[in-house]
Ligand binder design. Structure first.
Ligand code: TXA
Ligand code: MG
Length: 357
């Protein structure tokens, strides 16, 4: 039997402390990674670090294992999971009719935060693909995640938050959501990017469609593909007559308990608007370089540039709940480059509640 060392338990400071405290938090030693891979091979779920956000991983080829992910998260069964692979050869094992452009993009952006949707082979169970005939594939770059896939085979992993809540960017966040629900979490430190991978599909050999923006930006994809379309559902609420190109677009997402309001406008008008909100229960989420002497509410900062904002945004939304905020007024980020990912997450966290001043 493998000896787990060292195992730590957290004193949890979560907004909602959960059930029995029996999830082990594992330091990322080789031994513990081997143990986590064993759990996955046995059909169990494990919280695992990736370079984007923490994932809740299980054997992608085992329908019983994958079902546990949906149960743990409270995730609707028709929302497909991304399959994480170790090497490019695995693509032909799990997908068919893969367009040539897929391999060009893989060459450029893998391993890394890009998920590409293609037709699935029957080895991928419908439980994993949410009933679809397609599969989203990603080759992550995080060393721990890569080691796990090498040892356990393809791993299905959504973000390791309870469904609808902001994604976890630290092992602590995963413990807050999953303690007592899953057997183990590996602590790989803070996630490097902080927002989930860019998800794309292919309209044809030349056309890439972005279904979820991430750290592989439209501008980066344009260097490798002739045409890149940002799907309209990224910045707009889905019309009821349009089928979601990605099931995840249908669902409430990234939302803390607090009511998030996205505010577009300059800092002066932001402060004037903030004046109208209750000073006790409202938090302003502002930029690092904003003049805090002018802020009429309690505040938190989330960086200045898009990379920093991506890194901090989910963590700040979670902190708002810890602070029992009722409302979070957010200074809208720039929607350029990686900023589009930050803007998209905040827009969804707010339920499309935007004030333009
Ligand atoms: O960075 C990431 O992508 C993280 C880490 C753990 O890898 N994973 C992640 O998974 O964000 P998840 O399940 O939280 O988000 C995946 C999104 C969902 O909105 C899902 O609907 C969409 O990708 N998706 C997955 N497979 C798809 C498919 N076959 N067709 C359309 N959309 C798909
Ligand atoms: Mg997610």
């Amino acid at each position: 039997m493998l000896l787990l060392q060292p195992i730590r338990r957290l004193s949890l400071l979560c907004s909602k402390i959960s059930k029995m405290e029996n999830t082990v938090l594992l330091e990322a030693s080789d031994e513990n990674i081997r143990y986590a891979a064993e759990l996955i091979k046995q059909g169990k779920t494990v919280g695992i670090p990736t370079e984007t956000v923490y994932g809740l991983g299980a054997d992608a080829l085992n329908p019983h294992a994958v079902k546990k992910i949906f149960e743990a998260k409270g995730r609707p069964g028709d929302n497909p999971l991304i399959v994480h692979i170790y090497d490019i050869d695995t693509v032909s094992l799990i997908a068919h009719d893969v367009p040539e452009i897929f391999f060009r993009l893989a060459e450029k952006f893998w391993p890394g935060p890009l998920t590409m949707i293609v037709s699935k082979k029957s080895i991928i169970p419908y439980e994993t693909s949410g009933g679809l005939d397609t599969v989203g594939i990603r080759m992550p770059s995080h060393k721990i995640m890569r080691k796990l896939i090498q040892l356990a085979g393809p791993i299905a992993a959504p973000s390791a938050n309870r469904s609808g809540y902001p994604s976890p960017t630290s092992a602590h966040h995963v413990m807050c959501d999953m303690n007592g629900i899953i057997p183990a979490v590996i602590d790989g430190g803070e996630s490097r990017f902080g927002v989930e991978s860019t998800v794309i599909s292919f309209d044809d050999e030349k056309t890439v469609r972005i279904l979820r923006p991430g750290s592989v930006t439209k501008q980066m994809l344009e260097k490798a593909a002739e045409k890149v379309i940002v799907d309209e559902a990224i910045l707009n609420e889905l019309d009821s007559d349009r089928t979601a190109p990605s099931p995840g677009m249908k669902y409430k997402h990234y939302s803390p308990e607090a009511n998030v309001v996205l505010v577009e406008g300059n800092f002066e008008s932001f402060c004037r608007l903030a004046e109208k909100y209750d000073k006790e229960s409202t938090y302003c989420l502002i930029f690092d370089n904003d003049d805090i002497s002018k802020i009429p509410c309690k505040f938190m900062k989330y960086g200045s540039g898009s990379d920093e904002q991506a890194h901090l945004v989910f963590s700040r939304l979670r902190e708002a709940d810890k602070l029992h905020a009722e409302t979070v007024l957010v200074r809208a980020p720039s929607a350029d480059g990686v900023g589009l990912a930050v803007y998209n997450r905040l827009l969804r966290a707010s339920g499309f509640e935007v004030i333009r001043i």
